[in-house]
Design a protein around this ligand. Sequence first.
Ligand code: ZN
Length: 241
Amino acid sequence: MSTNSYLQLGSVEALVVRKPIKNLHLSVLPPNGWVRVTAPANMKDDAIRTLLALRLPWIKKQQAKFTGQERQTKRDYSSGESHYFFGKRYRLEVVYKDEAPVVTLKGKNKIILQVRPKSPAIKRREVMMDWYRKELHTVVDELIAKWQKKMGVEVKFWGIKQMKTRWGTCNHKRARVLINLELAKKPIACVEYVVVHELLHLIEKKHSDKFVALMAKYIPKWKGIKEELNSFILSYEEWKY
Ligand SMILES: [Zn+2]
């Protein structure tokens, strides 16, 4: 059971969702930087307001980053733009050639996007996304093989999907894992953390103490990696399933 209400704090309006939980969770959500607070069912408005006030600098910072990221997503895949690939920044060079489209890395910091003449931005984007998907698939495939063995679990199905608010999902019952395509832009350590997180759900469905203990055992530096990831997606919320 959950109930919704709104709280206004200066220029910040927050959606408050009350649930039978222990701790308060704060999220800044896409695409407009709206604030959502998930609070314990019996927590008073004043207490939530106080906690929000304390986190106000953080909220503003997330909202500001959000505006920046919005600008970034409006890229149209033309020469000179910066694009990330496994945590490294590359400069995009578009080459028009009447051959099958292909993406290659050149030197230390160039991504060559070769498309047919007159290919529009939407096509250029599609070719880039296909490339990201293929590259991420190779990396995740290796990581899943490695961690299945280490953890003694078995994934029945896994895939890569473009998702807006989650880095990965795991269907505990069906042993089905989905990994966010956006991870092709993040450092491999981040990809590995997400893979381990999702595989852990095959052992432990919830983010329980046991889950956290296992995570710390497998990836001792997981907290720092999680922070790095969330600074990208701009959401402080817990992984939800
Ligand atoms: Zn989880």
